[in-house]
Design a protein around this ligand. Structure first.
Ligand SMILES: [Cu+2]
Length: 174
């Protein structure tokens, strides 16, 4: 059985497209699989070091046991010379953590929404509060006790982390 010419050309084009795609993909796969190859610049910058952060008044807001999520406030100082881009927060007491920003919605109302990153400017600070940027711990695995210190891990896009010790406090308490 012979296909009409248009059909053959279509098949040929499909084959060429498939080949073209594989030619593009293969080097990428080879780089990912062969660890002896020189790493691309972006991956080479990956680090496991500690972020140059100083934390002040780190607070996990105390919530009734029935509430399964809470906020984290405080001030994060960047003691380094380059901006710190925080891309995640986690803690063993929570199923997952989120980065939050306050935004003005269309009606002028303020609402919080998730953010992929929060940035601490070089030599500057990021204030985490109930009216601005903050962190949230979701799916809490156990009730939190007022006065206990929780360990949170902040991570940056470049792979560095910072262990944040935060005290559980009632809202408004110093
Ligand atoms: Cu929130």
């Amino acid at each position: 059985m012979s296909y009409p010419i248009s059909r053959r050309m279509l098949l040929g084009a499909a084959l060429a497209a498939a080949l073209g795609v594989s030619v593009l993909i293969l080097p990428v796969l080879a780089q990912q699989m062969d660890h002896s190859m020189p790493m691309p610049a972006a991956a080479a910058r990956k680090s496991t070091g500690t972020l140059p952060i100083r934390a002040m008044n780190a607070t996990v807001v105390a919530v009734p046991p029935i509430i399964r999520e809470t906020s984290v406030f405080g001030t994060l100082m960047n003691t380094g010379k380059t901006p710190i881009v925080i891309s995640g927060v986690r803690s063993t007491v929570a199923g997952h953590g989120m980065l939050m920003v306050m935004e003005k919605a269309a009606g002028g109302m303020q609402g919080m929404s998730t953010a992929k990153t929060l940035t601490i400017p070089a030599g500057g600070k990021l204030v985490l509060s109930d009216t601005g940027d903050h962190l949230m711990l979701m799916k809490l695995r156990r009730p939190l006790k007022v006065g206990e210190t929780l360990t949170l891990t902040l991570s940056a896009a470049d792979g560095r982390t910072f262990v944040l010790k935060a005290t559980v406090r009632k809202p408004g308490a110093p």
